[in-house]
Design a protein around this ligand. Structure first.
Ligand code: PLP
Length: 404
């Protein structure tokens, strides 16, 4: 059992009031709040260990380098990666996917080749592939879903051809909350000798992830969605794959030697980290991972699952409620519409009650098209949310419904 009251004390922002109402923060899918230890880690870094890393012989530079590399090991352990060389720090999920889209397509695709994505992808797992499609003449194949928001695995199997080069899918949908069967998706891809990238933006903060068990070639996530700072994220890649892909950006750190005649690239992981990395962000992200590990990812998963069950039951009882995404395996995301009330109106009025939810297409316009809607209201949960907050949400929705 989690001591939620004690946990909430770690997040000063949760005691805020907005419009004289206690803040109820249910926009965790967009970004999570930060525990005090993460903010203190940033302050500690700038006050005590701030010097550019990897290049300095002096004390501070070595301390900052050690902290950054220690953070890489923390991420490695968190994901159960085989080696810290397989952990690349990026700016976030979006940059990680762009990195792979660019480097993979430079090395491994030619005109006419195909990349498989799913209908429920975030724009950041669609647009980078479309940019490459326009450059390289490749095409996207899309895994459809059934009416409850689960990917159609039989249809997925039928998308493979001689020209399939990569599969890139979300572990958890940011709109539907569906937990996709990525292990099975990866197994099927491997039967065709096709590598897989998993977008873990909405999974890593909520369910235990073991990249060796999943056997994904690439797995990516954002620090800010797992209680870490903004501007830092992770690309995990199997060493043999990262070794064979070309660098994404050129500059300092990523080179071994440079002359005007010939430049040679640094070894992993530095080959993919051009320029000064966010070495303060990496240590704060590691602190966030330690924080959630102390609570326990299994405990977090179970508690958030119970919150989702409770919220689904409560909200389902509201007249005119339509919940989008009823998959058998779901993570803590509830997307809904009530009667004919516009999602934006619902979000604005809930906000006045102190309830922060997200409205709109959630950067998943193709999914909205598949659902035949423009947008939804989305409540997304964290382990610091409570059933009492869900009661207030349900009462707020009911109040808005009666106004219309
Ligand atoms: N993928 C999914 C499933 C997401 O939910 C998000 C953000 O909401 C992203 C990718 C993009 O993450 P970021 O903006 O942190 O790069």
């Amino acid at each position: 059992m989690l001591d939620i009251n004690a946990i909430r004390q770690d997040f000063p922002i949760l005691s805020k009031t907005v419009y004289n109402k206690p803040l109820i923060y249910l926009d965790n899918g967009a970004t999570t709040q930060k525990p005090r230890c993460v903010v203190e880690k940033i302050e500690h870094g700038y006050y005590n260990e701030n010097a550019n890393i990897h290049r300095g012989v002096h004390f501070l530079s070595q301390a900052a380098t050690e902290a950054h590399e220690e953070a890489r090991k923390t991420v490695q352990n968190f994901l159960n990666a085989r080696s810290s060389n397989e952990i690349i720090f990026t700016r976030g999920t979006t940059e990680s996917i762009n990195l792979i889209a660019s480097s993979f397509c430079d090395e491994c695709v030619s005109e006419g080749d195909e990349v498989i994505v799913s209908v429920m992808e975030h724009h950041s797992n669609i647009v980078p592939w479309q940019i490459q499609a326009a450059k390289k003449g490749i095409s996207l194949k899309v895994i459809p879903m059934n009416e409850i928001g689960e990917l159609d695995i039989e249809a997925y199997k039928s998308l493979f051809s001689e020209k399939t080069r990569l599969v890139s899918v979300a572990h958890v949908s940011n709109v539907l909350g569906t937990v996709n069967p990525v292990k099975e998706i990866i197994e099927i891809a491997h039967e065709h000798n096709v590598p897989v990238l998993v977008d873990g933006a909405q999974s890593v903060p909520h369910i235990p992830v073991d990249v060796q068990d999943l056997d994904a070639e690439f797995y990516v996530f954002s620090g800010h969605k797992i209680y870490g700072p903004t501007g830092i994220g992770v690309l995990y890649g199997k060493e043999e794959w990262l070794d064979k892909l070309p660098p994404y950006q050129g500059g300092g750190e990523m080179i071994a030697t440079v002359s005007f005649e010939k430049t040679t690239f640094n070894e992993l992981p530095f080959k993919f980290e051009a320029g000064t990395p966010d070495y303060i962000g990496s240590t704060a992200l590691a602190e966030a991972l330690r924080y959630v590990n102390n609570i326990g990812m299994k405990e977090i998963e179970a508690y958030e699952h119970e919150l989702l069950r409770y919220a689904t039951e409560k909200l389902s009882a509201i007249e005119g409620m339509r919940i989008f995404g009823q998959a058998r395996e779901k993570s803590g995301v509830l997307s809904f519409l009530v009667g004919n009330i516009h999602h934006y109106d619902m979000g604005m009025l809930l906000d006045r009650l102190g309830i922060a939810v997200r409205t709109g297409h959630h950067c998943a316009q193709p999914l909205m098209q598949a659902l035949g809607i423009e947008g939804t209201v989305r409540a997304s949960f964290s382990f610091y949310n409570t059933k009492e907050e869900i009661d207030v949400l349900a009462a707020g929705i009911e109040r808005v419904r009666k106004m219309f």
